[in-house]
Design a protein around this ligand. Structure first.
Ligand code: BTN
Length: 270
């Protein structure tokens, strides 16, 4: 039975205008994505946040599983953005996640394109956006964020070499609710700014570890190698191929490996 408890501690220190106006906590849930989507269909307000202690069917990009042990952050937020802001949601979340980790730990995370949150070259967080668009209206966009805070990544078999966690990297125990509060605060500011024409792209670009790196991109079973040269105004990655052509990669169906560091893709597979 899911326990639906509102965390007074978190709400007490949270002064946001949209994101987190309503917070719903579950001890255990299959996936916060599904619960947020269900609530959105019922008409829940934009900014409603579903947080889970653990997920039994957490999912990542490209149909991967997302390992969801206790002691980490798993949340999904309901948005109803314009079509212009929709492609920015995952970028806003990346910027907010990096800022939140910086502010609560003084660590310096980076982003592996499109939106893996990285610490010390390993993945510590991921972002997923699932949206329903009808005509020129976004009826719902669910932004999912998973951050490894207390994960004992070194003992996680398959992903041990690819994943890390905030506590592991900072050498101290960071309360997940501190990271969450900061994350929601920054996301709220960034989202409101974006609805008034502000762009998160310059800040996001500066966080992208991928730029300037030799990479290998897999798209529809074909492998393309080249240099990650830049991003366009939608956050797509521009890859300079070995024959000199410029290829634009969109986040949805591309997976990336750094050729310098070997396979750096981390999917949380239990
Ligand atoms: C990725 O593949 O990098 C994205 C991972 C997104 C995981 C989060 S955890 C909270 C939310 N609920 C899910 O089932 N997935 C997202």
């Amino acid at each position: 039975m899911p326990v639906n408890v509102v965390s007074a501690t978190l709400r007490g220190g949270l002064f946001t205008r949209v994101v987190g106006k309503r917070l719903i906590f579950f001890q255990e849930i299959p996936s916060t994505m599904d619960e947020a989507s269900r609530l959105a269909q019922e008409g829940a307000d934009e900014g409603t946040v579903v947080v889970a202690g653990t997920q039994t069917a957490g999912r990542g990009r490209q149909g991967r599983n997302w390992l969801s042990r206790q002691g980490n952050l798993y949340l999904s937020i309901i948005f109803r953005p314009t079509l212009e802001v929709l492609p920015m949601l995952s970028i806003l979340a990346g910027v907010a996640a990096v800022r939140a980790i910086r502010k609560t730990t003084r660590l310096e995370p980076g982003i592996k394109w499109p939106n893996d949150i990285m610490l010390g070259g390993k993945k510590t967080g991921g972002i997923l956006v699932e949206s329903v668009v009808q005509g020129d209206q976004v009826s719902q966009a669910i932004l999912g964020i998973g951050l490894n805070v207390g994960l004992d990544a070194q003992n996680e078999g398959q992903i041990a070499t690819l994943a890390t966690a905030i506590n592991l990297e900072s050498g101290r125990t960071v309360p997940p609710e501190d990271v969450l509060r900061q994350l929601l605060h920054d996301l709220d500011n960034l989202y409101i700014q974006s609805t008034h024409g502000g762009s998160p792209l310059p800040e996001w670009e500066a966080m992208l570890e991928t730029l300037g790196q030799p990479i290998e991109a897999t798209w529809r079973n074909e492998v393309f190698t080249g240099l990650a040269e830049g991003i366009d105004d939608l956050g797509n990655l521009q890859l300079r191929l070995e024959d000199g052509q410029l290829m634009t990669l969109t986040a949805g169906d591309v997976s990336l490996n750094s050729r310098a560091a070997g396979a750096a893709t981390q999917s949380h597979t239990p």
